[in-house]
Design a protein around this ligand. Structure first.
Ligand SMILES: *[C@@H]1O[C@H](CO)[C@@H](O)[C@H](O)[C@H]1NC(C)=O
Ligand SMILES: *[C@@H]1O[C@H](CO)[C@@H](O)[C@H](O)[C@H]1NC(C)=O
Ligand SMILES: *[C@@H]1O[C@H](CO)[C@@H](O)[C@H](O)[C@H]1NC(C)=O
Ligand SMILES: *[C@@H]1O[C@H](CO)[C@@H](O)[C@H](O)[C@H]1NC(C)=O
Length: 266
């Protein structure tokens, strides 16, 4: 298996892991608030892809976004350090791996053809089939080998901290000094600044978290104020005038990169 193929599988696995579902306060990443839903100036201005003017919040056009913010809007692509409307992976004449990857849309670079391609869906088989004999990803998600048998990875402690699995399982797993550590609950989400927790390694559900009097707990919109609602919900809720309400407006497909963006930026 070539380098670019291994990368495709890894990317696919990560984007797969990111098609997040909803439970009590579980969220999908495409459900973050769109600029057009935000009513308050402070919320709008805090979102770097939104423009507040004439009492309205609007998505900034790609060509007006600075390069550093381009990746926050999945409808935009960074081409030669300029933010433009994203068309497709192949249509922006990206001829290097860097150019292809900075388009920000899970595009992958085929280093045999020197072309930038759309992500493709492969049947990767099950962990136990281990089609690629590397026991890393399969249809279930991440796999690991134990007693010579390739199986689905369910807890982070099953792999060593230096393994690709421990890193790819972000944010369910944290690479510790001597072990790979599971963080499936809000109470263990301190390392993500108490914003989200991922329920399972291969599951697709994330929990929203917030700070309680005795540590990190599940997010409760009823305890939010106009000032805290949007920010403390990592942009999944907004203040609607009376309370803190869900946006759940499927707008943009987000990637795991976006999760990292959110955690680092808000
Ligand atoms: C914000 O909106 C105003 C009014 O529509 C417009 O003149 C301005 O160019 C916009 N700014 C950006 C960065 O989109
Ligand atoms: C990228 O931008 C630079 C500076 O604007 C320009 O000189 C160069 O030709 C551009 N490259 C491509 C591939 O468009
Ligand atoms: C890509 O290259 C082709 C051929 O050189 C050119 O016609 C086209 O305008 C380019 N597209 C972009 C988005 O730069
Ligand atoms: C919002 O988050 C900040 C920073 O984590 C925290 O200090 C504050 O108490 C939170 N507000 C609410 C209402 O949860």
């Amino acid at each position: 298996m070539g380098k670019s193929h291994l990368k495709i599988y890894t990317i696919l696995m990560i984007s797969n892991v990111c098609s997040i579902a909803i439970g009590q306060i579980f969220v999908k990443f495409q459900d973050t608030c769109a600029c057009e839903q935000l009513l308050y100036e402070e919320e709008c201005k805090a979102d770097r892809i939104c423009n507040y003017s004439n009492d309205k919040c609007q998505t900034i056009q790609c060509n007006l976004l600075p390069a550093k913010d381009c990746g926050y809007n999945d409808n935009c692509a960074l081409v030669n350090n300029t933010c433009v409307d994203f068309k497709s992976c192949a249509s922006h004449n990206a001829t290097t791996e860097d150019a292809c990857e900075s388009l920000n849309h899970n595009c992958y670079f085929d280093d045999d053809q020197n072309t930038c391609e759309e992500p493709q869906i492969f049947n990767m088989g099950t962990c136990s089939e281990d089609l690629f004999s590397i026991c890393l990803v399969a249809n279930e998600g991440l796999c690991f080998r134990k007693n010579g048998v390739c199986q689905e990875m369910k807890v982070c402690e099953d792999v060593i901290p230096m393994s690709l699995q421990c890193i790819a399982a972000f944010p369910a797993c944290e690479k510790g000094n001597d072990k790979c550590v599971s963080h499936f609950q809000c109470s263990q989400s301190e390392w993500l600044d108490c914003r989200i927790a991922k329920e399972n390694i291969n599951g697709d559900r994330y929990k929203l978290c917030m700070r309680g009097p005795n540590g990190c707990v599940n997010f409760d919109p009823n305890q939010q104020t106009k000032e805290s609602c949007w920010k403390n919900s990592t942009a999944f809720y907004h203040w609607d005038g009376q309370g803190c309400s869900r946006c759940s407006w499927a707008s943009i497909m987000k990637s795991v990169l976006f999760v990292a963006f959110l955690i680092l930026s808000i």
